[in-house]
Write a protein that binds this ligand. Sequence first.
Ligand SMILES: Cc1cc2nc3c(=O)[nH]c(=O)nc-3n(C[C@H](O)[C@H](O)[C@H](O)COP(=O)(O)OP(=O)(O)OC[C@H]3O[C@@H](n4cnc5c(N)ncnc54)[C@H](O)[C@@H]3O)c2cc1C
Length: 552
Amino acid sequence: MAILPPGVSAESFASAIREFQDAVGRDWVFTSDDDLYSYRDHFSYIKDQPNELIPSAAVGPDTTEQVQAVVRTANKYKIPLYAISTGKNFAYGGPSPNVRGSVTVDLKRMNRILVCDDKRHFALVEPGVSYIDLYRHIQQNKLNVWVDTPDPGWGSLIGNAMDHGIGYTMGFYRDHFGAHTGMEVVLPNGEVMRTGMGAMPASQSWQEYRHGYGPDPCGLFGQGNFGIVTKMGFRLMPAPEHWRNGLVTVPKREDLIPLIEAVNYLCDLSMCGEPWYGSPLMGLMGNTEFRDAAMSFNESAMDRLAASAKLHSWQVELQFYGSERTTLANWEYAKEIVARKVPGARFTDGESLKTPLTREQIASTTGPYPTNMRRNITQGVPGLGIWYMTGRTENNPNAWNETHIGLFSLIGRSGEAVLKAQKDFADVARKLEMPSLFPNALQTPVNWYQFAFLMGNGFGLGRGDNSPAGKLAATAKLREVLRENAALGYGDYRAPPILQDDVADQYSFNDFVLRRFTEQLKDAIDPNGIISPGRAGIWPAPFRSMRGGMRS
Ligand SMILES: Cc1cc2nc3c(=O)[nH]c(=O)nc-3n(C[C@H](O)[C@H](O)[C@H](O)COP(=O)(O)OP(=O)(O)OC[C@H]3O[C@@H](n4cnc5c(N)ncnc54)[C@H](O)[C@@H]3O)c2cc1C
């Protein structure tokens, strides 16, 4: 199926392909259906539909100079490019572009680890370096640092950060874009720019002071379309000697309020790593009386039934890093802080392990999910275990459904906000006559460096109906969810291309001044609009009429 970039003739496209081949080598320009298969989003709700977001070609540069040459050719023929690092952004569109017929710039070949400094605690990498690559490099060279990894370890530090991805160790490192230390970018006109101290030709401290002097433009490149990042630095966590975890449980639903207050205090003092909240009450949903109480948010009935089933209402798992002695002291201090605020809290010691984990520890399953996966990931060990959730394999034919969209609605980091959001989202589900994967009263917040609830397929949309019409209906429902949530003040932090305009619409303060500002910049910096038009709802003038096009 030959696809052309929008508005580009077959002759021009053929000339552009020849120029791309001259720039990166014939073997690294892909145009056949077979080759382009891997640049499609196989979780997409519009897979195999006429509007599926498929590229017309892909090019694989090996150097920054080759990226520059590709960008210059794209400008000459007005071809939209879409840069990916490892292209594993599944749940958020995978490698697929915003504009059908774009040329994918696949940066996997640029996979050099340029610096990994375990005294100053940073790495400088190219886009193709995955979390697994960096982890292996650290192990092989016995370096004294950890990498904060997202659940799937095959993604790249740069690609993940460029979509504002998140991880699972200490707060500072979990915000992957926030933990970056400067970047090199090929701008839409083909020039190379370095940010922060990297703008000084003889800089000795590029990775150590990311602001440099004057305005820091880095934010424009994260979830933006202002350039192609070819190098980026990241702060790394010094490897601690010891790790331990502990479980805190509280009896009543409303105990969540003081529990979160106490845990926020500990996290913001950097005394513990990611708090992992949960509730065992899902196990009671088979009990009709409990189910009725949960569905109607009858808090006192839920508390009574939980107590008679000898279950707590909430739990949070805490991680501690340091020496054996300091992790114990921090855990003891955490118990003290929580106990002061929540009199009924109970504490269970978890594991206490010398680090790094041995191969046997990494491979072992010491309990039901997510025990060992969480132990690995909270210690910077990348893996792919999470695919048990979504991966449809011969052994697991019923894993979730054919499609998968991640949408996480952000909520305030307080118990009041969580309890209110549970009710708000239940109201939205009722209003839109939607099924709910989780009974809303039991949905637990995910805490990276902010709180979020899983939306998207979390509502069970599209489950069981994988026909094109069923998927279309599910996507339309998601759009309604986004609108209803926005009216209640809940925004999303990330979305696949088919929903990016809808999420961008949530950010409408002062007549969309934020979008008007970024589009004004986009038009000035990228007049042909060739770099990822439409990404994050930022449409350059030549493509602006495509805004909202995925809704039809
Ligand atoms: C079950 C499951 C669990 C997941 N868990 C997590 C998780 O814990 N944390 C998390 O963050 N994500 C998670 N994800 C989402 C996703 O898989 C990861 O974020 C993954 O790391 C993103 O893929 P990537 O690193 O290959 O990025 P890419 O796909 O390479 O890049 C992502 C996007 O960033 C832009 N981009 C990439 N490189 C560049 C560049 N060099 N210059 C300019 N723009 C660029 C492009 O728009 C691109 O589409 C999960 C997904 C699934 C399905």
